[in-house]
Ligand binder design. Structure first.
Ligand SMILES: Nc1ncnc2c1ncn2[C@@H]1O[C@H](COP(=O)(O)OP(=O)(O)OP(=O)(O)O)[C@@H](O)[C@H]1O
Ligand SMILES: O=P(O)(O)OC[C@H]1O[C@H](OP(=O)(O)OP(=O)(O)O)[C@H](O)[C@@H]1O
Ligand SMILES: O=C(O)c1cccnc1
Ligand SMILES: [Mg+2]
Length: 562
């Protein structure tokens, strides 16, 4: 039987209060039925406590790339710390299993994760296929009950974090990336998880208020077309007074001030301004003016409701100039349709012309935000054409991971009762790597990671400056000697029921995000490029290679030809 901590609450040990999972739906029942049927069958066979080791890993990087961002670990640890089946849940399991004996229910009632150990790569790390992201050890029936929830918590988190990182890569470091996906995400958890993990993957902010509150992610937003089209005319604006930013004076009629500014722009004889517009849409001007009255120090406008260059931009500039006269600085515009390269360039020219003609310092530096079905390809295309966008608002393609539906992490038994296990397949990429293993990242002379290597648990670790043979796990001819300049052990202990032994603390999201950004910056550029990136090498030690192939031959039946 599992060793209990004498009824001690695992999540409330001194100095180690671990919250519940973010989503209250994450309970032991968020599981596949077969985990419970297997748990029952293990229990019937009196095998439930056999010490097992499982690896959680993926087989192929997503989005046609050669890297993945590991995310979701914190939620797994929260799940472990709070793992307990309620009486109601046990009743449901009893009713869901045929012939369930009461003694099994008693066994379930006593289960927690005090006898589980989890070793993991730090969340936010750049990771590669086949290398375990997590190694989970414990009584086989309990570990089996962790498979589905862990995969659920890691698969989407890592996929969307990787998607975010890829968008960051094409957009470049200097651009502001805003996640706008809540309305298009796959349900409430999709929205909350997307906001969290897009931030982890390098986005700057989210429009999702709940995610801002839950995780402290910066909130950003503009306004929608509905706000613009809800206005009919300037006469709707009743309270027209606006105090100056220093509070020393008040414009009693900000609407007239805006109209005067519009006339000023119209009267400019600059070739960049005149001829572009004559009459602008007055209901749009009313909307912008109202928005500025509500947010004089954070004014920005969605300028594509009627016509970007003939109406939206001149109207925005009129309101921005009026604000400027009262000591405020407008923030900028959002473009949500049309040719974003062309329109952003034209908008910038217009702002610069206003700066020059009307002598308004920094007017040319207005922030131009672009949105509308953006994805890696469109951002890349915009870069190639040349554009003046400062911020990208990205929703649907980012949070739904439109380019790839799932990461495909798996959870495989690699050892039980100290006996290594292997899963064979016709497809070599699906053969599991047996044994309780350690893994290391080896860094080269230039500071970049060169190769990840897995070894048996008891092999001596790779040493700096010492030549080491790294072998492809399945392809005999692929091997290389490496002399590492730095060695980093990848798997660290994040959970053990026995709180007296050291384990890694859970980190704030911001630190995880920093790790992700730093590690991505330290990858060799050819692994990162979008077209035909070079695969990063994942290897095993010579000893583990030999053992894998010995076990493979041992387990694979010899065919007979007739
Ligand atoms: N310069 C550009 N190069 C490549 N793609 C672009 C460029 N500008 C915009 N896009 C993308 O082209 C698509 C245009 O979308 P769509 O055909 O729906 O037109 P739209 O501008 O939204 O028109 P509408 O106002 O009628 O909705 C979007 O996915 C957008 O991100
Ligand atoms: O395009 P996404 O990447 O998903 O970004 C979010 C979109 O959501 C908003 O409008 P919405 O799409 O609801 O309306 P619209 O398509 O008419 O602009 C916004 O204007 C963006 O277009
Ligand atoms: O704030 C915005 O501009 C926004 C938010 C969500 C979706 N689209 C746009
Ligand atoms: Mg849209």
């Amino acid at each position: 039987m599992e060793t209990k901590q004498n009824g001690l609450d695992l999540k409330k040990q001194p100095g180690r209060v671990i919250d519940k999972p973010t989503n209250p739906m994450v309970t032991p029942l968020l599981n596949d039925l077969y985990q419970f049927t297997m748990a029952y069958a293990y229990w019937k066979a009196n095998k439930q406590s056999e010490r097992s080791v499982f690896d959680l890993y993926f087989r192929k990087n997503p989005f046609g790339g050669e890297y993945t961002i590991f995310a979701g670990l914190e939620e797994c640890i929260k799940f472990l710390a709070n793992f307990k089946l309620s009486n109601e849940e046990i009743d449901f399991v009893r009713d869901s299993l045929p012939n369930c004996e009461e003694a099994f229910c008693e066994y379930l009632r006593g289960l927690d994760c005090s006898d589980i150990e989890v070793y993991a790569i730090a969340e936010g790390s750049v990771v590669f296929p086949k290398v375990p992201l997590l190694r989970i050890e414990g009584p086989v029936a309990v570990v089996q009950l962790l498979e589905t929830p862990f995969l659920n918590l890691i698969n989407y988190a890592s996929l969307v974090a990787t998607n975010a990182a890829r968008h960051r890569f094409v957009a470049g470091k200097s651009k502001l990336l805003l996640e706008f996906g809540a309305r298009r995400a796959q349900g409430p958890d999709g929205a909350i998880s997307a906001s969290k993990y897009c931030y982890l993957g390098g986005f700057d902010a989210t429009s999702n208020v709940a995610a801002g509150k839950l995780f402290g992610i910066p909130l950003r937003g503009t306004h929608s077309h509905a706000f613009v089209s809800s206005f009919m005319s300037l006469d709707e604006i009743v309270d027209k007074a606006l105090r100056s930013s220093d509070g020393k004076s008040t414009s009693e009629d900000f609407v007239s001030l805006v109209q005067t500014c519009l006339t000023k722009i119209q009267a400019c004889n600059s070739s960049s301004l005149c001829g572009i517009f004559s009459e602008t849409n007055k209901s749009e001007l009313a909307a912008f003016t109202s928005y500025a009255l509500a947010f004089p120090s954070a004014f920005l406008a969605l300028v594509d409701t009627y016509d970007v260059m003939k109406s939206g931009i001149p109207n925005f500039c009129a309101v921005a100039l009026a604000l400027n006269e009262l000591g405020y600085k407008a923030v900028g515009i959002r473009l949500d349709s049309g040719d974003l390269a062309y329109l952003s360039t034209e908008a910038r020219k217009f702002f610069l012309a206003v700066e020059r003609e009307l002598k308004v310092p920094d007017f040319g530096k207005m922030i131009i935000t672009a949105s509308n079905d953006l994805n890696e390809e469109t951002v890349d295309a915009l870069n190639k054409q040349g554009h003046e966008v400062d911020a990208f608002g990205i929703g649907t393609n980012l949070v739904t991971c439109y380019a790839q539906a799932a990461l495909g992490c798996v959870f495989k038994l690699v050892e039980i009762n100290n006996q290594p296990r292997i899963k064979l397949s016709e497809d070599v990429t699906k053969v599991s790597i047996p044994c309780k293993k350690r893994s290391y990242r080896l860094f080269g002379k230039e500071g970049y990671p060169l190769v990840d290597i897995m070894t048996g648990e008891n092999e001596p670790p790779p040493k700096v400056g010492e030549r080491l043979l790294c072998r492809h796990p399945f392809n005999e001819s692929k091997r290389a000697y490496v002399v590492p300049q730095r060695v980093e052990e990848l798997l660290k202990c994040y959970w053990r029921g026995n709180a007296d032994k050291a384990r890694e603390e859970l980190e704030p999201l911001k630190e995880i995000r920093n790790r992700c950004i730093k590690q991505l910056e330290n990858m060799r550029r050819d692994h990162m490029r979008r077209l035909n990136p070079t695969p990063y090498k994942v290897s095993v030690s010579a000893k583990l290679y030999d053992f894998i192939h010995f076990l493979w031959l041992n387990e694979a039946p010899v065919g007979e030809l007739h």
